[in-house]
Ligand binder design. Structure first.
Ligand SMILES: Nc1nc2c(ncn2[C@@H]2O[C@H](COP(=O)(O)OP(=O)(O)O)[C@@H](O)[C@H]2O)c(=O)[nH]1
Ligand SMILES: [Mg+2]
Length: 311
């Protein structure tokens, strides 16, 4: 483990790959890695890219890599796709779209399986960001589909969140439903080359800019790279604004939310273990609910009270 971490701190790619795999396996070794690298982390800036499937996120991320490399940054990309646990297609698609950068030493691209559970991926994701961070990648882009739980999480993990919409699938009503109007620092109307882009742009402006004047709305054509430099400018401006204003408080909240996630997951494991160990007791409580002797809240409360000692 020490040799992996040493290599990681020197920025060696094999160590990055190995470390992230260990994190995904989520065993004892994962905890060891985090313990060893944590104090070295915290230097990279994290850019979240979210939005509906098909909006052009991966294409845009490919362009962002190029633009950031041209500005001298080392870029790490983590693509989280809930569908990738069902089919490998999404991962392959992302690789192909981003592959022109795959041989570049200053770029590291990795797909992460989400394994269904939204809680599960955020642990591995946060730690994978730390791995890339200590390996010297100073801009880390996280792509995730913004359709459920995870996208909201992305904005609590990323320093700047880009929401990508497009005239085909990303109509404004859908964006509101998915909670996307709340999470973005920057809204990108991608596929500005097809009709409906201007109408969507105006919709999004009136939806998100009202009351949040620091929000930026831009148009891009990811397939040609049009608007991408302006997007990078907007991301960097948003970053510097946040760094000079309330960044500490944001980090504090982020630690708080990470601790909460970890504690809840630990507690959930304690409860599950107990339920398995005390099978008879569990059965008898279930029977009592079935016979309507006690209600489900009382039942759960009696178990929780035995697991957690209230002070
Ligand atoms: N016309 C047009 N098509 C685009 C643009 N950006 C991406 N696409 C296409 O939209 C499809 C979905 O892109 P992809 O990057 O995989 O979207 P993702 O699911 O959000 O990651 C692909 O066929 C892209 O070639 C664009 O700016 N204009
Ligand atoms: Mg994609």
């Amino acid at each position: 483990m020490v040799s992996i971490v040493d290599a990681l701190l020197k920025g060696e790619r094999w160590a990055v790959a190995k470390a992230i795999s260990i994190l995904e396996d989520n065993g004892i070794q994962a905890r060891e890695i985090v313990e060893m690298i944590f104090k070295h982390s915290g230097n990279a800036r994290v850019i979240g890219v979210t939005g509906p499937a098909g909006a052009g996120k991966s294409t845009l991320v490919g362009r962002l890599i190029g633009a950031y490399r041209a500005r001298g940054f080392k870029v790490g990309v983590l693509a989280v796709d809930p569908s990738s646990s069902i089919s490998g297609g999404a991962i392959l698609g992302d690789r192909v779209r981003m592959q022109e950068h795959a041989l570049d030493e200053g770029t590291y691209i990795r797909s992460m399986a989400s394994r269904g559970a939204s809680g599960g991926v955020s642990f591995a994701l946060r730690d994978a960001i730390r791995v890339l961070d200590v390996a010297g990648f100073n801009r880390i882009i996280v792509e995730s589909v913004g359709a459920g739980q995870l996208d909201v999480k992305i904005s609590s993990i990323a320093d700047v969140t880009i929401v990508v919409l497009n005239p085909q699938t990303g109509d404004s009503i859908q964006a509101i439903k998915a909670g996307l109007t709340e999470v973005g620092d920057i809204y990108v109307v991608n596929k500005a080359d097809i009709s409906g882009a201007n109408a969507l742009y105006n919709d999004i402006r009136s939806l998100v800019v009202d009351g949040r004047d620091e929000v930026v709305v831009l148009k891009t054509v990811a397939s040609t790279g049009k608007g991408v430099d302006e997007l990078v400018d907007a991301v960097e401006q948003s970053l510097s604004r946040k760094l000079s204003n309330g960044y500490k408080e944001m980090l504090r909240k982020r630690v708080e939310s990470e601790l909460m996630d970890i504690m809840l997951s630990m507690l959930s494991k304690v409860v599950q273990d107990r339920m398995e160990r005390e099978k008879e007791e569990e059965d008898s409580i279930i029977e009592k609910v079935l016979s309507r002797e006690i209600d489900p809240y009382k039942a759960a409360e009696s178990i929780v009270a035995r697991v957690v000692r209230y002070e």
